[in-house]
Structure formats: structure tokens, C-alpha cells
Ligand binder design. Structure first.
Ligand SMILES: NC(=O)c1ccc[n+]([C@@H]2O[C@H](COP(=O)([O-])OP(=O)(O)OC[C@H]3O[C@@H](n4cnc5c(N)ncnc54)[C@H](OP(=O)(O)O)[C@@H]3O)[C@@H](O)[C@H]2O)c1
Length: 318
């Protein structure tokens, strides 16, 4: 009897899911960037653009006329992604360059060549990220999540900030996550040497993204360079590659989850929306303002993280 009830229940749920699939998909796809603004003559840099949200962002921005530099740790994968974008749009202006955010030497080498080869940078999109990887350290000994997601992008932005200012109006877009709600900055053990949990390390790095954007927005006042952060939604991408459980979850509930193209909409919105031309230091989700958890909007923590980051990277950023 119990088995019969379970089977009948599952049959009802499955039928409902099939019947309402188009509506569920429409709701799950979230906000869409409706801006038609063109980016002809603009230079855009996107980190982690060989797959997922970054690749779809690159595709959209090239279609708007931008010259897009795809900064990827694996150039071969980057070239494959660029080729697939070009296949659909042969006029797409794309260039793949090597950037490993887990190695400050690679970041410095990338920035040096970028500054040599480009006169302008109008939009910097700090998109690359890792999630729930086993405990690993970057080439400089930083825990991987804080090292790649926060410190790597912190150094990259520092090295390119002069060019962004000279190219103003310019925008910096920081891809954070709703996961910041579950994280906090563990100043006493930033690199999780005492205890490690991949999920918490990811959440910490996403709070760091928000605090970085917040403090940077303060420092960029009056420069015509804006910085905003965002949550892309729950997106079916390679981000879950280190967690079998998450991969199973994504497959089972794919109907409720955004495609990478849908997940790229808020990034694109922050990069191009006309109404955001002077908006800075804000956080968006589904192409609309969203609320930040208290730990992501604490000015003192933001300032402290800034100082700690500068110290770890051996830089002075006034
Ligand atoms: N997917 C979601 O549900 C979700 C939700 C909230 C926030 N986000 C954020 O969205 C951003 C993009 O994620 P995604 O979903 O598009 O994931 P993804 O498909 O895994 O893309 C991540 C990108 O980052 C690159 N990357 C990783 N480590 C790198 C390093 N050391 N140096 C340079 N690039 C590196 C990856 O390169 P490889 O391919 O070579 O590894 C890949 O191109 C991330 O910041 C993530 O935290 C995603």
C-alpha cells in the first residue's frame, strides 16, 4: 500500500512537472538584460571566459561590438570557446590570453603584456571562480578559494586600475554569489589552515568579493570608474565539478536552474545598462538591486580585508 502511494505520488509530481515545465523554466530563467546598448570601440576583459557564465558574457558583449579579451588559465580551452563563438558570429572580435589567478607571477605577466598591447580598458569583468575544491594552495601559498576568487582578482584589478581610470567612463563588474550569506571573513585563519570546509571557504571568498567591491567603490569616487557586484543565480555550469553531490543535484533539478546564458544576464546588465552609468558599490541579482548580508556591507571589515589583501600581495594601494 505504502509503495503504491509513493509511486502514485511520484507519478503526480512528474505529470505536474511535465505540464508546467515551460512556466517553471520561464520563472527559473530569471531577469533578462534588455539593454540594447552597443559597445563598438570598447575593450572588455573577462576572466574565466572559456566556459559557463564567462563564455556567455563574452558571446553577448562581442555581439554588441566590443573587442573582448578572454583571460583563461587554459589557452587551449579558451581558443575552443572563442572558436565556437566565432562560428556563430564570424565578426566577433575575440582574443584569448593566458591568466592563472592562482599564481601572482602569471597575473603580473598577464597585466604587463595587457598594458603593453592595449591603450584602453572600458570594462573589467572579474568572473573566474572555483568552488568546493579539495584543500589546495595557490602558487603563493594562499588557500585556493580566497586566492583565486578574491586575491587573484584583487591583484589583477590593482595592476589595471590606472588603465581603467585613463579609459573612463569605465566599469568593473565583480561576480559574487548569494552564497556570501553563508560566509564570513575569518581573519584569524583566512587560509583555512586550522580547519577546512570547501563550502565555507567558497562562501568566505564570495563575501570577500562584495567587501572588495564596496571598498573599491569608495576609493573610485570621482574617477568615473564604477564597480558593482552581482549574484548570477543558480547556474548549470562546470562550477560544481568538485562536488558529486552538487552535480547530481544540478542534473535532478535542472528545470529549476539557469542555463549559462541565463546566468550571464546580470553580469551583462552590470556591464552595459545605461541606467547604471553612475551607479557604484551596489549588488545586483536578476538584473535588479538585491540586498547584501550584514557581513558583506560592513565598512570596517571591508577596510580591514583591503589592508590584509595588500599585505598578502605585497602591494600598496592607497
Ligand atoms: N554557477 C553558479 O550557480 C554560480 C552561482 C553564484 C555565483 N557564481 C559565480 O560565477 C562565476 C563563474 O562561474 P561559472 O558558474 O561560470 O563556473 P565555471 O563554468 O566553472 O567557470 C569558472 C571559470 O573560472 C576559471 N578559473 C578557475 N580557476 C581559475 C584560475 N586559477 N585562473 C583563471 N581562471 C580560473 C575556469 O577555468 P577552467 O575551465 O580552466 O577551470 C572557468 O573558466 C564564479 O565566480 C562563481 O563563483 C556561479
Amino acid at each position: 500500500m505504502l509503495l503504491l502511494t509513493i509511486v502514485a505520488g511520484l507519478a503526480v509530481v512528474t505529470t505536474l512537472l511535465i505540464l508546467f515545465a515551460p512556466y517553471i523554466r520561464k520563472y527559473a530563467s530569471g531577469g533578462v538584460c534588455t539593454s540594447t546598448s552597443r559597445l563598438d570601440g570598447k575593450t572588455v576583459l573577462i576572466t574565466g571566459a572559456n566556459t559557463g557564465i564567462g563564455k556567455e558574457t563574452a558571446r553577448d558583449l562581442t555581439m554588441r561590438g566590443a573587442r573582448v579579451i578572454m583571460a583563461c588559465r587554459d589557452v587551449e580551452k579558451g581558443e575552443e570557446a572563442a572558436a565556437s563563438i566565432r562560428a556563430a558570429d564570424p565578426k566577433a572580435q575575440l582574443e584569448v590570453r593566458r591568466l592563472d589567478l592562482a599564481d601572482t607571477c602569471s597575473i603580473r605577466a598577464f597585466a604587463k603584456e595587457f598594458l603593453r598591447d592595449f591603450d584602453h580598458l572600458h570594462i573589467l569583468i572579474n568572473n573566474a571562480g572555483v568552488m568546493m575544491c579539495p584543500y589546495t594552495k595557490t602558487a603563493d601559498g594562499f588557500e585556493m578559494h580566497i586566492g583565486v576568487n578574491h586575491l587573484g582578482h584583487f591583484l589583477l584589478t590593482y595592476l589595471l586600475i590606472g588603465l581603467l581610470k585613463r579609459s573612463a567612463p569605465a566599469r568593473i563588474v565583480v561576480v559574487s554569489s548569494l552564497a556570501h550569506y553563508f560566509g564570513w571573513i575569518r581573519f584569524h585563519d583566512l587560509h583555512s589552515q586550522g580547519s577546512y570546509n570547501g563550502g565555507l571557504a567558497y562562501c568566505q571568498s564570495k563575501v570577500a568579493n562584495l567587501l572588495f567591491a564596496r571598498e573599491l567603490a569608495q576609493r573610485l569616487k570621482g574617477t568615473n570608474v564604477t564597480v558593482n557586484a552581482l549574484h548570477p543565480g543558480t547556474v548549470n555550469s562546470d562550477l560544481t565539478r568538485h562536488s558529486t553531490l552538487m552535480m547530481i543535484f544540478m542534473s535532478l533539478f535542472s528545470i529549476f536552474i539557469k542555463t549559462p546564458r541565463e546566468g550571464a544576464q546580470t553580469t551583462i546588465y552590470c556591464a552595459v545598462a545605461e541606467e547604471l552609468h553612475s551607479v557604484s558599490g551596489k549588488y545586483f541579482s536578476d538584473c535588479a538591486p538585491a540586498s547584501v548580508a550584514p557581513q558583506g556591507r560592513n565598512d570596517q571589515t571591508a577596510k580591514r580585508l583591503w589592508d590584509v589583501s595588500c599585505e598578502l600581495l605585497g602591494i600598496e594601494w592607497e
